[in-house]
Design a binder for this molecule. Structure first.
Ligand SMILES: C[S@@+](CC[C@H](N)C(=O)[O-])C[C@H]1O[C@@H](n2cnc3c(N)ncnc32)[C@H](O)[C@@H]1O
Length: 256
């Protein structure tokens, strides 16, 4: 193999990641259902190459799309520059930044954190991120967050064949409660050329509800969202809706 373990979101990994996810419509219908008719100012965290961003464009007043992968954001920027998107592309601001160290002065009607990206972070990082999200939400604002809810059976290895040239291998570490997902690139004769990996944490639905509650976000719904065309059985997702209080009482003072 020419490239042993590269990350999934940079360089060639980002290119292949985009190729694999761009036609994936998981979560989109449910997110749009939640936003339709509200003309919201949206903050999309971990926006990547814009799988969700582009689908939300017709329903948003504005979208601030944040990601720390320059390669994935540049794919989104190229998409936004297409002539047929000229009318709506100005609604989107792309921000290259670490969402765990993000400075934002604005507030938003909706924060979207899709594709189970919340599980990229450990417990301390998630706590800090939810505190920030609560701060970025307008009073009564909505967080839409998806969580992978896999059925963990006897096996701790899963293989998803994407095409003769690409496969996704996943290993579950029951002790560390992590998944490592590896996109395997193969040559025409089936040899492994390279691997691009990402590790995510397993978080149960109950744990997520507790973390949202601890951040002062009230869960108001949870719906099953997949897989739709997410490469067969890559795992079911649930989309959680949680709301900031209508009257914000951070610091003890009502701030409507
Ligand atoms: C599972 S992908 C989801 C991308 C996109 N939402 C989609 O559906 O294709 C996770 C994304 O999180 C981004 N990411 C990971 N850690 C990040 C961080 N600390 N700050 C900003 N983005 C991050 C990656 O670059 C990647 O684009």
């Amino acid at each position: 193999m020419s490239n042993h373990q590269a990350t999934l979101y940079t360089g060639r990994g980002a290119e292949l990641y985009h190729a694999v996810v761009q036609s994936d419509s998981s979560e989109l219908r449910e997110i749009i259902h939640s936003l339709r008719g509200k003309d919201p100012r949206i903050l999309e965290l971990a926006a990547g190459s814009g799988r969700i961003t582009l689908a939300l464009l017709p329903f948003a007043r504005s979208i601030t799309a944040v990601d720390n992968s320059a390669e994935l954001l540049s794919i989104l920027q190229d998409e936004l520059a297409r002539p047929d998107r000229r009318r709506t592309a100005s609604k989107v601001e792309t921000v290259l930044a670490d969402i765990l160290a993000l400075e934002l002065d604005e507030i938003f009607d909706c924060v979207v954190l899709g594709t189970t990206s919340f599980c990229l972070f450990d417990a301390d990082q998630r706590r800090s991120l939810l505190t920030d999200i609560r701060r970025w939400l307008a009073p009564g604002g909505e967080l839409l967050l998806s969580l992978r809810t896999p059925e963990l059976g006897g096996s701790n290895f899963y293989l998803h064949e994407v095409s003769p040239q690409l496969a996704i291998e996943e290993t579950f570490d029951a002790v560390g409660r992590t998944f490592t997902s590896t996109l395997v690139e193969r040559s025409g004769d089936g040899q492994r050329i390279a691997e691009y990996s990402v590790t995510t944490h397993l978080l149960t639905e109950g744990e997520l509800r507790d973390e949202l509650g601890a951040a002062g976000l009230a869960v108001t719904g949870a719906v099953d969202v997949g897989p739709r065309n997410r490469l067969g059985a890559i795992g079911n997702y649930k989309l959680f809706r949680a709301h900031a209080p209508a009257r914000d009482t951070i610091g003890g003072t009502a701030n409507v």
